[in-house]
Write a protein that binds this ligand. Sequence first.
Ligand SMILES: Nc1ncnc2c1ncn2[C@@H]1O[C@H](COP(=O)(O)OP(=O)(O)OP(=O)(O)O)[C@@H](O)[C@H]1O
Length: 323
Amino acid sequence: MQDPNHPHSPAESMPDEPATTASSPSENADESLSDRTASNDSPAVTKDEETLPQPANAKPLIEVIDLEVTFSETPILSGINRTIQRGQTVAIIGESGCGKTVFMKTLVALLQPTRGQVKFDGQDLNQLPPKELAQIRRRFGFVFQHAALFDSMNIFDNVAFPIRQNEANTTESEVSDRVQQHLHEVGLTDDIASKFPAEISGGMQKRVGLARALVLKPELIVYDEPTTGLDPIMSDVINELILHTRRLYPVTSVVVTHDMHTARKVADRVMMFYPRRMLQADESQILFDGPPSQLEHADDRRVRQFVRGEAGDRLRELNMASA
Ligand SMILES: Nc1ncnc2c1ncn2[C@@H]1O[C@H](COP(=O)(O)OP(=O)(O)OP(=O)(O)O)[C@@H](O)[C@H]1O
């Protein structure tokens, strides 16, 4: 069912790929390489050290009100009401196809909801004229699953790209300083700057993607499956970098992930989505919303099954209950 105020389907109303300067489809699909030396570059930071104090009456950075996203009459998300406070790191988990990415895209206005509102810093993203929306998008940083680097540019130019696109008055010397600073922050050394994405490992590419996302000092960073395709050690380096980033900047983070280790380690709040089609009409689509330490003790059996990686109810669906 579509809202008459939004006559187009979500897929038609907004480009389904990032429209920001920090994005480009990458031809680099190779995430198989690792860079184990990097683990020494990334100081371990615990979440408890990093929790940002919130005034009792602090206004949330993000407000999601009665959100619904429907594709071809099929509701993917509905009845979602949530707020995200400044400085929070929220992991979005849930089985494949439950709508995690769709939710993340609506948060950053890459996708227009069928109904409902997404407010960023009090502004309804879907009511903003294109120019103001473009300005707000500069306050977002995106870290994509496959890093999404420009293959034809070297690493320096990849990281410099958002600055050159958005800050015409910045001198090349300032650009150089900032690129160097952000590469160092993600544990990369200067000699990488002249290399091309194809010449570095998948783990390094993800770190370059993070450096590029940080270069405009975003208030919100969205990470789309940041550890997918990486070995366990490199995955943990990325987790440490997410924590490290929060120590350096008062950034709010939304991390879409299948990796329970990532969710437990980086998030101070986890939301678990469930496929709309498998719920009763009056059931909340977010089965769990709380600290990661409580996941194992969730009242809802489906949450406990998910975090333990048990097929559970799915076996019954497949008539494999006795398998
Ligand atoms: N642009 C689109 N047009 C039509 N259907 C879409 C579109 N984007 C997503 N969907 C559908 O919405 C559902 C949720 O997709 P989404 O990508 O959010 O899942 P997910 O939870 O992120 O899954 P995964 O963990 O596998 O990435 C899927 O059934 C998908 O096919």
